[in-house]
Design a protein around this ligand. Structure first.
Ligand SMILES: *[C@@H]1O[C@H](CO)[C@@H](O)[C@H](O)[C@H]1NC(C)=O
Length: 434
């Protein structure tokens, strides 16, 4: 009964929540169909994602101890604990886990290893007779544009924001080369994406690597059974339908203080109610000390700036929330696409620039905040303008992006789409075992 045989996958995502979460979402889809997953994760990060493991009898977390590296603060486990500029230190720690990983893989004897930045796993897997699959949480659009920047017209600040991807730090392999090696040495590539949306980019990557490109479909967040915390549902419930602007830049992004201030001042200027979730900016211990003088008094009752974690999915689905301003991280993009919110993007690093261009120039479902070409600087006026452009009822652009977004949302949520993608993926994986 080869067609119904279950398999065992080791998942080994990069040490960042934006990678761990989509890996776990895919793990849930496999487990839902009876397949077994052993999930490598930094030891103390496990308790942050336990609640996302919906099939604990089939998905087992395998803790890794993040090795000590000079310059890496003790206790660092994921990119949430570290500024982006220090990522080479954590990459080095990732590479040093090989000693722990090899005996584990040997003992587990999985059929497949899904991995992303850990490029050396391909050699280990081949030696042990295991099929390695490069599973990228970077979109096909963003990855294709790494190899061929001509897909988009990047402005100087965007090119600069992407340049670290190709830089070797301390003589160590660059991001681009990690991805390229992973792609070249693995047995197949797998992307979180839909061919209806990103087909030409998948085709391009298939030709670059000359191997099978699998797609998972949208892998949407499971509908959460936890209701939104009362303090937020009560507060949001006090506003009109679709009127609140929600702004969040993910778990890693730290803004410069003056950009942080322009952002909140721009939201204030819109006159709309707003809820902001941001980390304190560079050089500040707390959000409060970084806010413009008297800001909280001025916006009392209609604006909140919050530093702690919030239930983003539930907030985006709250009827009062009508606009989502984000940094264009890949999870935020998927969450925004299946919400009814108008989408505004202010990308900050790496893949976000290409994803943003794809959303605003190709799919035309989002609007960008206007920025200075040389350094990406944005003003409160440009933040306010972008919000008004999508929120004013009379705005033509607002209507256009709403209509385009609606079309894609309907598609992504259409009955059976997600499960047929996963079923197809599983058939292709089983074919590889034959
Ligand atoms: C690993 O996690 C366990 C359980 O959370 C904890 O007791 C232990 O101290 C951790 N080990 C290290 C080296 O962090």
């Amino acid at each position: 009964m080869a067609a119904t045989a279950t398999f065992h996958v080791v998942m080994f995502p990069w040490f960042a929540m934006g990678h761990i979460t989509p890996y776990l979402q895919l793990a849930n889809k496999f487990a839902e169909r009876g397949h077994k997953v052993s999930f490598f994760i930094p030891n103390n990060t496990q308790n942050k994602v336990n609640h996302l493991n919906l099939h604990p009898h089939l998905i087992t977390f395998i803790p890794l101890i993040v090795p000590q590296v000079d310059g890496l603060p003790v206790g660092t486990e994921t990119m949430s604990d570290l500024p982006v500029t220090k990522s080479p230190l954590l990459l080095r720690a990732l590479d040093l886990t090989e000693e722990q990983v090899e005996p584990l893989v040997q003992k587990l004897k999985p059929d497949f290893i899904f991995f992303d930045f850990c490029y050396w796993i391909t050699t280990l897997a081949r030696r042990l007779g295991i099929i390695s699959i490069y599973f990228s949480v970077v979109s096909p659009v963003a990855e294709a544009s790494l190899f061929n920047p001509r897909f988009f017209d990047f402005k100087p600040f965007e090119a600069k924001g992407r340049s670290f991807l190709s830089t070797e730090i301390d003589g160590r392999i660059s991001f681009i080369n990690r991805l390229a090696t992973s792609g070249r040495e693995s047995e197949a590539l797998c992307y979180r994406g839909c061919s209806e949306m990103e087909g030409p980019y998948c085709e391009y990557l298939k030709n670059v690597y000359n191997k099978q490109v699998l797609v998972t479909g949208p892998i949407l967040p499971e509908p959460s059974h936890n209701p939104l915390e009362e303090r937020w549902s009560k507060w949001l419930g006090g506003f009109e339908k679709g009127s609140v602007v929600y702004c969040a830049f993910g778990s890693e992004c730290v803004l410069e203080k003056n950009q942080f201030q322009e952002l909140v001042l721009g939201l204030e200027q819109t006159g709309l109610p707003f809820l902001v979730r941001l980390k304190p900016p560079v050089g500040a211990e707390t959000l409060e000390e970084a806010l413009p003088e008297g800001f909280q008094e001025k916006v009392k009752g209609r604006g909140i700036v919050h530093g702690g974690w919030v239930q983003q999915q539930q907030i985006l689905n709250h009827p009062s929330v009508g606009c989502f301003v984000s940094h264009g991280g890949s999870s935020s993009i998927w969450e925004s696409l299946v919400s009814s919110c108008q989408i505004i993007l202010v990308p900050h690093s790496g893949a976000q620039f290409a994803d943003t261009k794809f959303m605003s120039e190709e799919l035309k479902v989002a609007v960008n905040v206007e920025r200075r070409e040389e350094d990406g600087w944005f003003t409160r006026e440009s933040v306010c303008e972008a919000v008004k452009l999508v929120m004013d009822e009379s705005s033509e652009i607002g209507k256009q992006v709403r209509a385009n977004h609606h079309k894609w949302k309907e598609f992504l949520l259409s009955e059976g789409l997600e499960s047929s993608y996963i079923d197809n993926l599983i058939i292709k994986l089983q074919d590889m075992l034959k």
